[in-house]
Design a protein around this ligand. Sequence first.
Ligand code: NAD
Length: 427
Amino acid sequence: MSSRISVIGAGYVGLTTSACLAHLGHNVICADIDADKVVSLQNGIIPIVELGLAELVAEGMASGRLSFVVGSVEAAKSCDIAFLCVPTPQGEDGSADLSYVQRAAQEIAAVLPFEAIVVNKSTVPVGSTKVVEKALKRPDVKVVSNPEFLREGSAVQDFLKPDRVVIGSDDQAAAMKVASLYDGLSTRVIITDPASAETIKYAANAFLATKLSFINAIAAICEGVGADINDVVVGMGSDKRIGENFLRPGPGWGGSCFPKDSRALIKIAEDADYSFDLLKGVITVNDQQFDRVVQKVVRSIDGDVSEKTIAVWGLTFKAGTDDLRDSPSIEIVKRLIAKGFRVQGYDPTVTQQKTGIPNDLEISFSPIEVTVNADVLLVLTEWDDFKWISPSTVAISMAGKQIIDARNLLDRKDWERAGFTYQGIGR
Ligand SMILES: NC(=O)c1ccc[n+]([C@@H]2O[C@H](COP(=O)([O-])OP(=O)(O)OC[C@H]3O[C@@H](n4cnc5c(N)ncnc54)[C@H](O)[C@@H]3O)[C@@H](O)[C@H]2O)c1
């Protein structure tokens, strides 16, 4: 059965949720406070890079099931179910800042139809369902937690083919109504209480971050003992209890979720009288990983930083997205600039105008242009395009012949044949 849905927030989660729910047959009004973003969307222009999203938005708009409005009130006044998909950035003490969620709830409180349901899809700490209830002051409106697990870069695929849907509510009827929105998907629906649903989201992200820090630590050991991390990953990951997912070493983890969510979980634990030392260690190892990459660069030019230029391939926190929020690449670039390097960067989705580019980082238009006169080439994001670039073309444009492949993306032998000294991670 189709429902009337409003989605508050047209970002990575809100826009994907809107387009996918419209695809499943629901009538969706998606709202944002950013008027420019809404006008773009109304004109069919998608403000983010996300595979398959533009097609789904176009399909929804053409069917009449998906529309965009400025402001939450306009969207919420005629809905059965309102999804909150607004930011929950890191607050000063590490906890999640709930002010966007509270504000959105307060905005829609007066206009929500009788017995509507509000669904919290933003990542929020345990107890936030109550926070939303308090902000709404509407006893007839039930609040349900429905955390989102999509990954940027494959958001549409993840939404439409999820590993599970988690719904947290103390009200069985409200939980079932939200669960029915996903009827078109063949997946496991886990219905639980709000605190468990909220914990599942943080625990999942913290565990994935732990896997990444763990494999980066093993990679550091591999370098010391002369082992090859790629073989170690295959050997470890073939064990079904472990699996290969999230066991790829890299420059450190980042993005809009893991850093803030792991800090928020440490704070949640603290408030629950538990010191989450394991997760604190995971964050420390990640910070060390950024420095390990910087040290590789410094060592590659024998410690002589003066007048040296570093070309960086990849600035987003992962391939397939244009998102620079808490990107490991940006963090590493900042540390390189602080050391006195001149840094020039290239990313297929990033221009100089994009928010989040450090002041002293020069953005190039092509992966070859960025290497002109560079002493070291540093690969920080795993864009597939980089694999097909000829090392001999790069060799001609660079001043030095050092490559540091922090994603183990490229073929070492090809680069060595072109005269480069190749360093990967953990091999
Ligand atoms: N990005 C991800 O990969 C991802 C995955 C799972 C969960 N989450 C969580 O989902 C939430 C949203 O994340 P995101 O990446 O989509 O954020 P985002 O910053 O991309 O989008 C949030 C949008 O909400 C809008 N907004 C803020 N207040 C509003 C209001 N009162 N009314 C209407 N619009 C409003 C902003 O203008 C923005 O466009 C966060 O809690 C995040 O942790 C994100």
